[in-house]
Design a protein around this ligand. Structure first.
Ligand code: MG
Length: 287
């Protein structure tokens, strides 16, 4: 991506415009599959966790199919559900693991160290997460009057690691796992939107959410139902593992599912999101 701005200070980025009035738009991001590629980390941790307990590795399409159902945003629960569908817990088969035991195995693969400890000691798959945007991307958004933040189901240490240590965002507005009910419950999205935009309603700037799963799209639908006067925009992008050459048909199917769930637009890549934002006139809510 060619940055349009040169970073002026390594310290912190404004999350809302410095000139008067409210933001021109609020843009909230999912993190996994949108800000970072988790094909070799979270998704691989699902595969290896299922393998550890069942002896079988689910193929990527099985994970995509599960995610397309819209209610398996939590990767621990997704792993347990894959084990259940694989027959564990049925007569004559191994029992399903306790949830806590599964989480411990999963985090061993993903963090490979104490999640609450020093990230430099982590040896797990988290070390293999290519970034899908860089810090100047957020500087361009701020300069355009866009207030941005993150609503993710990732564990807080993992979310903070990618946003702060890897992207260099000093104090990013963030709702992570445990801060609010799991998506598609819209509580976290609505809370962060209000923090950045002020009270929501017809006078507020548009609120967009960019995600990569059906659960993300449904989160916006439910936010709309709770706040009918507010303008919401559900933007979606196919995750990186479906953007590889040779996977066009799968990507096409996946994008159709996002649109069928109610996405307003499917965009080709995260760094193209600004082209799809409706920007309210700056300060338009001031009377
Ligand atoms: Mg995601």
């Amino acid at each position: 991506m060619a940055p349009a701005l040169t970073p002026s200070s390594p310290a912190s980025l404004p999350v809302s415009p410095s000139s008067g009035g409210g933001p021109a738009a609020v843009l909230l991001f999912d993190i996994d599959g949108v800000i970072r590629d988790v094909g070799a980390s979270y998704r691989r941790a699902i595969v290896e966790t299922v393998h550890q307990f069942s002896g079988q590795r689910p193929d990527p399409a099985a994970i995509d199919a599960l995610k397309a159902e819209g209610r398996w945003n939590n990767d621990w629960e997704a792993s347990l559900e894959l084990l259940r569908r694989g027959g564990l817990g049925q007569p004559g088969r191994r029992p399903l693991p306790a949830f806590e035991a599964l989480v411990e195995v999963f985090n061993g693969f993903y963090f490979g160290g104490d999640p609450d400890g020093d990230p430099s000691a982590w040896r797990g798959f988290i070390g293999q997460e290519p970034l899908l945007v860089e810090r100047p991307f957020f500087e361009v958004l701020s300069a355009a009057g866009v207030a941005w933040g993150f609503v993710s189901g990732a564990e807080p240490p993992s979310a903070r690691f990618v946003l702060q240590a890897r992207l260099g965002l000093a104090d990013p507005p963030l709702i992570a796992m445990g801060d609010a009910p799991d998506k598609p419950d819209p509580t976290g999205l609505l809370r962060l939107a209000r923090t950045l935009a002020g009270p929501l309603g017809p006078e507020a700037p548009p609120v967009a959410y960019l995600g990569d799963t059906v659960a993300d799209v449904l989160t916006v639908q439910r936010a709309r139902a709770q706040q009918p006067g507010q303008r919401f925009l559900s933007l979606a992008v196919a995750p990186p593992h479906l953007q590889q050459p040779g996977r066009e048909a799968e990507r096409c199917r996946y994008e159709a599912q996002l649109l069928a769930a109610g996405a307003d637009a499917v965009i080709p890549a995260t760094d193209r999101v600004a082209e799809h934002l409706p920007l309210a006139p700056r300060g338009s809510r001031l009377r």
